[in-house]
Design a binder for this molecule. Sequence first.
Ligand code: URA
Length: 443
Amino acid sequence: MRIVDLIDKKKRGLNHTKDEIDFIIESMMNGTAPDYQISAWLMAVYFKGLTEEETAYLTEAMIDSGEVIDFGALADSIVDKHSTGGVGDKVTITLIPLLAAAGVPVAKLSGKGLGHTGGTIDKLESIPNFNTKLSVKELIEQVKKINVAIASQTQNLTPADGKLYALRDVTATVDSMPLIASSVVSKKAASGANNIILDVKYGSGAFMKTPEDAVELSKLMVNIGKILNKNITAVITSMEEPLGRAVGNSLEIIESIEFLKGHIENSDVADLTYSFAAIALMKVGMYDSKSEAKEFLKELVHTGKALEKFKELIEAQGGNSEVINNYDLFELPQYKVECESKKSGYIHSIDAYKIAYACKILGAGRDKKTDPIDYSVGIYLNKKSGEAVTKGDTLYTIYSNDPDKTKIAQQYCDEAFAISYEKTAHSNLIYKIVKPKEDDDVQ
Ligand code: URA
């Protein structure tokens, strides 16, 4: 077999066999296929797609590229959650200590920023000394000891996804349904948890632009989960506007800490965190009712138990947990620029993609896979949709290390905000839930 022939085959829209997909992934892993060939194959997949069968083969090949965590009998009680990627999406960071404090073990494999979206690993690495490179043994031991661990793909865990993910990020091949599905599900299958919750996002800040596409992607992932014996629930949520007020690595960790301190109860971040956590508690059989589960979870935030668990997590992974009480211990940006509203009225919408783009310009994301990240930069939305604004009020704040980049970011942010004279109604954050049914269909 030759990689060039397989690129040509996909370019012409033909289907791969399992052996061919295995060959592509093995050649990438042993270095016989250089990045430029894999990139060309990714672009062919982007345009011609993969069938559900090919996507399942790719997922299996990526799982087989590394170790699979075996929690044994414990696997049925362990939860893993994953987002298909958004802007300001810090719900993994708020959710995992909350679940662990609730007594639900969480084993989480996460990725770095992808395309315009932020990555949980980059965000956590903004905490001084936080180590996300856990070995399989370390991850298992930490989950057994403190109920929670979070790691990036290492050489041990789905390394093929790590490589493809980095190439997709810089070759404009991220927003492809089969590539997203195989990337997400391979990581989840390798993490050893049997209860998987996926946050499948749609909207301007997501890879899927419409709820219909998000439903299709969800069904694909739930079906592949069934083939791999994983119980996947996909929750389809809106990413038209950034989640929360902070976008940028350390800014998002600070907002997550504020949630865990109980300071931002009435917010989209709190709503999604409690909804996902309640779904998880029901999935593992701890609660039958969503409202009772939420009451219990809120109590864990109000009593400080969820925050305490986050502190334990940071310390277990070598990070400086003093950041929880002293935000100045994060890397600080040189400039903080408050930008005023030029109009009075109500915030009608905030385009998540434009805010993400502005953040990338500031240095919060990568252009090339080896690019360093500036953890300190980002954008804080002083106003969110539905809120009243008076001309001259601060609409958003830019955290930056470069005055020229600040100016460009400001243009994108100004374009992102739409202000109307009247208050407009906004749709629910959760659009639909897709679960495997008892029979072979997906509902
Ligand atoms: N998250 C992933 O892990 N992979 C993707 O491809 C997209 C989002």
